[in-house]
Design a protein. Sequence first.
Length: 151
Amino acid sequence: MLQIGTPAPDFTLPDQDGQEHTLSDYRGQKVVLYFYPRDNTAGCTKQACGFAELYPQFQEKGAVVLGVSKDSVASHKRFEQKNGLPFTLLSDTELVAIQAYDVWKEKKLYGKVSMGVVRTTYLIDEAGVIVKAFGKVKAASNPAQMLEELA
């Protein structure tokens, strides 16, 4: 996980509509940058829907929510439409941001070892500096937790 107080690594990734987004585009706003393993899985859907439900409150606090996974643009579009997500999902098929933010880790599931995204959320301030970092977050409670961090 990246250190609090360090500049957030910049990246350019396509969203669910194929539009390019660069982290530096969001300077002047707080950014909740969350990394999740896969679209349309139980935990990831719970987390995304939690952010969607609280999204107006994030906007009131001047924060942008960006979700990142290695799923394709098309997968993100289906995920957004199926769940009515009002925020941006970024497709990182080349693992550019995923590796820059140190969330690509060895995972064990039923004794099988594989590489994957460890659910991690960063809060980045208006100047592009990491002010909070949470690793191995709980999908269901992470959105409310991040909203509290903005207070």
